[in-house]
Design a binder for this molecule. Structure first.
Ligand code: HEM
Length: 402
């Protein structure tokens, strides 16, 4: 049997004693060689020169410069060509002006005002899940009873995806986010996901409703092909539930480890928004860097990077840089002054769903902590298991009691 490759360095975390910390090697590289050579991640191919960027300044430079650092994934078999397979409509894998055209179709749906309109329904979804937890009683797994279903239901209702299909799409998403799987697995997984979403796009064309997929068909159905609508829908579904779910469960675990800060989030409404920003920074759940490809030979960070080389950015390392947080970047402190963290990325691909993710977290954390003031881990901290192989870091399950 083939040996399972390790996750890329950027996705490895610290010692079991502090699983929230990025791998210590990342801190060393950030201090000594902020642009350094690294192994090619399995899901991008083999033996393509690959660079890992770890400092806050350099990470931001890469992410905001698509002319030099392209998001168009290359075909590992033919590195001069884009990996066209299943890429249509997936914003993350396009550069301007194509990316600008696609993203432009979505901005209306993701304005602060548009997202705020969802507040009452999100509150309801949160309360319903807390009611169910209360009915069932402790102990329970916070991932399956709260952290995963809340954002899954929200994104399903926003997009117009049947929530009853969740077991399948959650399984497909986990497969797509596996950092250790070879590129062929990714392509097969994406094809499966697209077949599913493609069926939904066709259904929204014939039977429209008020959901985002129907709106996209109605308002942009002539300018966007079915493949593009499918790609957009698939990306929103994948990005829209898994990320927030891991922030909710890992964030809850982090707060349980810091009871004073947990109490502030529970009791002081003004503490919630800054606490969520600090959790985003400190946890950096999207820890496998979305790759960029050098479009030209260049000198960058003291290295000679060749056209076609892969350039990885570590958001987790950048968010722990003294250049962002002077003095104590490795301390979790919800009272610190807000900083321009990169947990949602930076530049043209910066997360389009960030206002939605924030709103979900602003509502979910205090509601959970108020409903169960005695919330505690139901297993020793050392026994919590993590999703180390995933593009999005988190816990596998979080047994809690109250
Ligand atoms: C805490 C939750 C979330 C985190 C930490 C997060 C993180 C990120 C990051 C780091 C990127 C940039 C990737 C890159 O530059 O290559 C990104 C992009 C994206 N995110 Fe999120 N995200 C979250 C929630 C969401 C939600 C709720 C949605 C959808 C409703 C969403 C949809 C997207 C989309 C569509 C993109 C691609 C944007 C583009 O390429 O223009 N995300 N996200």
């Amino acid at each position: 049997m083939a040996e399972t490759p390790n996750p890329p360095l950027s996705s490895r975390r610290g010692a079991a004693a502090c699983p929230f910390d990025p791998h210590p090697e990342l801190a060393r590289r950030r201090a000594e060689e902020p642009v350094s050579a690294t192994d090619t991640p399995a899901w991008l191919g083999q033996d393509i020169p690959t660079w890992l960027v770890t400092s806050y300044t350099d990470v931001r430079t890469v992410l905001r410069d698509p002319a030099r650092f392209s998001s168009v994934r290359r075909n590992p078999e033919k590195p001069d060509e884009p990996l066209e397979a299943e890429r249509s409509g997936r914003l993350l894998e396009h550069d301007p002006p194509e990316h600008t055209r696609l993203r432009g179709k979505l901005v209306d749906a993701f304005t602060v005002r548009g997202i705020n309109a969802m507040r009452p329904r999100i509150e309801e979804i949160v309360e319903e899940h807390l009611d169910a937890m209360e009915r069932t009683g402790p102990p329970c797994d916070l991932v399956t009873s709260f952290a995963l279903p809340v954002p899954s239901m929200v994104i399903c209702e926003l997009l117009g995806v049947p929530y009853d299909d969740r077991t399948d799409f959650q399984r497909r998403t986990a497969r797509l986010l596996d950092n250790t799987a070879p590129v062929t697995e990714f392509i097969a997984g994406m094809a499966e996901m697209n077949a599913y979403i493609g069926g939904l796009v066709a259904a929204h064309r014939t039977t429209p409703d008020e959901s985002l997929l129907s709106r996209l068909v109605r308002e942009h159905g002539d300018e966007l092909s079915d493949e593009e609508l499918t790609g957009i829908g698939a990306l929103l579904l994948i990005a829209g539930h898994e990320t927030t779910a891991n922030m909710l469960s890992l964030g809850a675990l982090l707060l349980l480890r810091h009871p004073d800060q947990l109490a502030a989030v529970r009791d002081d409404p003004d503490a919630v928004a800054p606490a969520v920003e600090e959790m985003l920074r400190y946890l950096s759940v999207v820890h496998a860097p979305m790759p960029r490809y050098a479009t030209q030979d260049m000198e960058f960070g003291g290295r000679r990077i060749g056209a076609g080389d892969i350039v990885e950015t570590s958001l987790a390392a950048a968010n722990r840089d003294e250049g962002l947080v002077a003095g104590d970047p490795d301390r979790f402190d919800i009272t610190r002054k807000p900083v321009a963290h990169v947990a949602f990325g930076h530049g043209p691909h910066q997360c389009i769903g960030q206002q939605l993710a924030r709103l979900e977290m602003h509502l979910a954390f205090p509601a959970l902590l108020r409903r169960f003031p005695g919330l505690r881990l139901a297993v020793p901290f050392e026994e919590v298991r993590y999703r180390r192989e995933s593009t999005v870091f988190g816990v596998r399950e979080l047994p809690v009691a109250w």
